[in-house]
Design a protein around this ligand. Structure first.
Ligand SMILES: *Cc1c(COP(=O)(O)O)cnc(C)c1O
Length: 344
């Protein structure tokens, strides 16, 4: 068993406001066929089943982010991402639940069709501004300008940066660690590794903060979906430590604890790769898991490669965090169908 030293973390989390948006705890499922294929026991933390609007990791972040927004009297959320952003879709959905207005500043990305997440953004009645530039600083400026206009009109906007990866958002993943430790304890299991896709860093940083705060002792292995390793590690360490500071926990994440493998990101964010498509197919055929080409397929490609490279031993127990993303699969239907040699 992982010794549960999560009491002080639980207390620290309770000091922050949280709105209920999802269904928790999410299941922790065995994956027996995938485990025997990889030669290591793999459990799947089903954060694709967080309940709100097709689920995903952003629900945990939004519970703390939107509580922060409400505590500041906000009536409008402004956020950003790519056109197939799961964060944007879930922000739009959460706003419907809380009666908030939602503005999304989205770069066109690889699949700007009204499919997958973008279709759902429209369905949830968000105001969508599609911009040409994929430069995040341009989107951030657009958000500031938009918030200024909304304020001048008498609204009270709250800006959520890309992926919700600021300390309130990352706090949601520190809370996930408490939930996971309780599940492992009731199964009398001692996990050795957590694998997750890492993009805007909040999921990775929050998880690492939670692991350090609870002395859970897992290695938290991020698989980068976009940035090179060095940059990603710096961001993760900074945000993990900012999150621990927000929680007023006298702990620090050390640089060597931020593990990132950047070999699976391909040409960059939103571009899929043969290894990603292979991972999507294996997870579907072995375990009926629906992974996506942007995040979870890359994360699973990383786990598969580490197992094949002998970096995991048969004694290890891996928790793969399924962070969601299934809607994007449908925006990428042509790439997926081609890999499966199915008619598109
Ligand atoms: C956003 C997202 C991630 C990555 O989380 P970050 O906190 O941005 O690093 C992983 N998987 C899915 C499906 C996501 O939508």
């Amino acid at each position: 068993m992982n010794e549960v030293r999560s009491t002080s973390l639980t207390d620290a989390l309770a000091a922050w406001p949280r709105v209920s948006l999802g269904h928790f705890p999410t299941p922790l499922d065995e994956a027996p066929r995938l485990s025997s294929r990889l030669g290591v026991r793999v459990l799947i933390k089903r954060d694709d089943q967080t309940g709100l609007a097709l689920g995903g990791n952003k629900v945990r972040k939004l519970e703390f982010l939107l509580a922060d927004a409400l505590s500041q009297g906000a009536d409008t959320i402004v956020t950003t991402g790519g056109s197939q952003s799961n964060h944007a879709r879930l922000a739009a959905a959460a706003c419907r639940r809380l009666g908030l207005n939602c503005y999304l500043v989205l770069d066109r990305g690889v699949h700007p069709e009204a499919q997958g997440n973008l279709l759902l953004d429209h369905l949830f009645g968000a105001t969508v501004l599609l911009i040409e530039s994929a430069d995040p600083t341009v989107a951030a400026e657009e958000m500031q300008a938009l918030a200024g206009t909304l304020e001048a009109e008498g609204r009270r906007p709250y800006i959520i940066p890309r992926g919700g990866s600021i300390p309130p958002g990352a706090t949601g993943y520190a809370a996930m660690v408490v939930e996971l430790l309780a599940q492992l304890e009731s199964l009398r299991l001692r996990a050795t590794h957590i694998y997750l896709g890492t993009g805007s860093c909040g999921t990775h940083a929050g998880t690492l903060a939670g692991v350090v705060a609870s002395e859970a002792g897992f290695a938290v292995q991020g698989v980068s979906v976009s940035r090179p390793e060095t940059l990603q590690r710096e961001k993760v360490v900074q945000l993990a430590n900012d999150t621990l500071a927000r929680l007023r926990l006298p702990r620090a994440v050390q640089p060597e604890q931020a593990l990132v493998d950047d070999r699976f990101r391909g040409p960059g964010y939103g571009f899929t790769t043969p290894a990603t498509l292979e991972a999507i197919e294996l997870a579907a055929k072995d375990e009926a898991l629906v992974l996506d080409p942007v995040y979870t397929g890359k994360a699973m490609a990383g786990l598969i490669a580490h197992a094949r490279e002998g970096r995991l031993s048969p004694d290890d127990i891996v928790v793969f965090v399924h962070t969601g993303g299934a809607p994007a699969l449908f925006a990428y239907h042509a790439e997926v169908a081609e890999a499966l040699r199915a008619p598109a």
